[in-house]
Design a protein around this ligand. Sequence first.
Ligand SMILES: Nc1ncnc2c1ncn2[C@@H]1O[C@H](COP(=O)(O)OP(=O)(O)OP(=O)(O)O)[C@@H](O)[C@H]1O
Ligand SMILES: [Mg+2]
Length: 607
Amino acid sequence: MADTAQTTNPTDRTDRDQHSAVRSLLRLWPFIRPVRVRLGTAACVAVLASCISLVIPLVLKWLVDGPVAERDPGGAWLGGAFLLLLGLAEALLFGLRRWLVARPLAGVEAAMRAALYRHVQRLPVAFHDRWPSGQLLSRGTTDLQLLRMFFAFPMTFLLVNGVTILVGAVILMVQRWSLGLVLLAPVVPLMVLCSVFEAKYGRAARRAQDQVGDLTTVVEESVLGIRVLKGFGRHRSQARAFRELTRELRATELGKARLLAWIWGCITALPELAIGGALVCGAVQVADGQLSAGTLVAFLSTALALRWPVDSIGFLLAMSNEAAAATDRFFEVMDEPAVEEAAAGAPGAAAPEGTGKGLVFSGVAFRYPDAPPDSPPLLRDVTLHIRPGETMALVGATGSGKTTLTALVPRLYDPTAGRIFLDGRDLATIGRDEARAMVAVAFEEPTLFSATAAENVLMGDEGAQEAELRRALAVARADGFVDALPQGGATQVGEQGLSLSGGQRQRLALARAVVGRPRFLILDDPLSALDVHTEALVEAALRQVLSDTTALVVAHRPSTVLLADRVALLSGGRIAAVGTHHALLRDHPEYAALMSGEGSGEGENDR
Ligand SMILES: Nc1ncnc2c1ncn2[C@@H]1O[C@H](COP(=O)(O)OP(=O)(O)OP(=O)(O)O)[C@@H](O)[C@H]1O
Ligand SMILES: [Mg+2]
C-alpha cells in the first residue's frame, strides 16, 4: 500500500512552455464571464488608485519649487492638505476594489468546484479505476483556492502594475529623458530574466501540485485503511512513505523558493542600482544648475512610487504560473469525456431469435481498458439467457470475471463486443439512467454512506414509502438489528456514524437492492458474510422476492446456489455450462470441484 502513491499519475506532464501558461489561463474565461463587469470595474478602480500615487510626486515638485523655495507657509499647508487628500483617495479606491471582488470571486470558486464535482460524478467507472482519489481531492480543493487567489490578485495587478509602470515611465521621460533612460536601463535584462524564471517556475509549480495530490492519496488511504495498517503493524512503513513524500514536496517547494528568491533579488537589485545611478547624475545636474531641486525630488519619488509595481512582478508571475498549473490540472479532469447517453430511439440490434424477454447476453466480450495490452480479454464469448422471473446463479473460480460480468448489466462498463438485452431491448440503446432504474445491484463490498440506515436503503428507490422500506428490511433480515439501533432506522451509519458489522452492512446493501422491486436484480455474492442460520432466513425471504424478478446471483456456496432455478458456470471467459445444480454436479467435474470446496486452479480454497 505504501507504494501506491508513487505510481505515476496518469496525467503527469512536466514540460510546459511559457506560452501555454497564458493559454491555460485563458481557458478560465467561461467561469470568469459572469463576473466580468465587476472584475473589470475593480481593475479600473485599481488602475485609477495606482495612478493617483503617481500624481503625488508632481505635487511634491510643485511644493519644493514653489512654496518651499519661496518660504511661503500658506502654500506649504495647501500642498500638504492636497497630498493628504490624494493619499486618502488612493486608500479608499483600493478598499473599494477589494469590496468589489471578494464576493464574486468566492462565487467563481464555488462554481468551478461544483462543475468539477458534477463532472467527476458523470465520469465512467474506468476513469476512477485509473485515477488516485487524492489527485481528485487536491484538484477540487487546493488547486481551486490557488485559482481564486489568482483572480483576486495577480490577474488584476499584472494589468494594474503594467499600466502604472507605463504611465510612470512616460512621466519620468517627460520630466528628464536623460535621467529616465538611466532608470529604464534594466528593463530589457529584467524581461529576459522574467521569461526564463517563468518557464522554470511553471514546471516546479506543476510538480509541487502533483505531489500534493499524491500526498492526499496517502493520507486518504491511511485513514480509510487504518485497521489494516494497524492490524499488520504497517503504520510505521506507511508513516515512512508519507515522510518520503513530504520530503519530496519540501524539496520542490524549496526549489520554488530558491527560484523566487533569485528572481526577487534581481528584480529589486537592478532597479535599485538604476535609482542610485539616476540620483548621482541628478545631483550633479542640480549642482550644475541644469536641473531644479523640485524636478529631482519629483523624479526620484516617481521612481520610488514605481518600486512596488516593479518589485511585485516577480511574485505575481510566480502566482500566475501556479494558477496556470492548477488550471491545467483542473481541465485534465474536466476534459475527460463523461459517459454519453445513448441517443434516444437509436436503432439497436434485435434480440437473438427465440430469446424474447428476460436478461440475455449474446456473444459478450470484455477487457478492462487498463489491462495489459497483450493479455486475452477477460470475458471472451459470454452467451446466456436468463428467462423472465428466473433466478440464475453464476458460479466460477475466483478471478474468473463474475463481478465484471455483473457490472456490465447496470452499464458500469460497456462490453467491448457482443450485446446485452433487457426484456428484448438492446442495453446499448437504453441509456444509463433508464437501465439503472430497471436493474438493482448489491455489490460484493457493501458500501454505506454517511447517512441514516433508512436513507442508505432508500438510495435504491428514492420514492419508496415506509411500507416498502419495512418490506425490504424484512427480506434482507435487517429489520431486527435496524430496530435495535439507538434511533432505529434514523440512526446515522457509514463513515461518520455507527459502525455496523460486515453481515449487517451486507444486509442493508441487500435491502437497498430489493427496495425498489426492480425488474432485474443482480446480487454479487450477497450472503457471504452471514452465519448459516441468518443465511437460511434471508434465503427464504429472498425466494419470495426472486419469484417475480429476473435475477443473476453470483454464488460461491451450494446454499446460495440452491436459491437459483439454474446455474451458469463461468470458465475461461465463457459460459461453460448451464443447468440445475444437481445436473451440473453430476456432469461437470469443474463445477463439482468448485462446489465441493476442493477447488480447481485458484479455486475456492479460501472459503
Ligand atoms: N478495474 C479493473 N481493472 C483491471 N482489471 C480488473 C479490474 N477489476 C478486476 N480486474 C481483473 O479482472 C479479473 C476478474 O475480476 P472479477 O472481480 O470479475 O473476478 P470475480 O470472478 O468476481 O472474482 P471473485 O470470486 O474473487 O469475486 C481479475 O483478474 C482482476 O484482476
Ligand atoms: Mg467478484
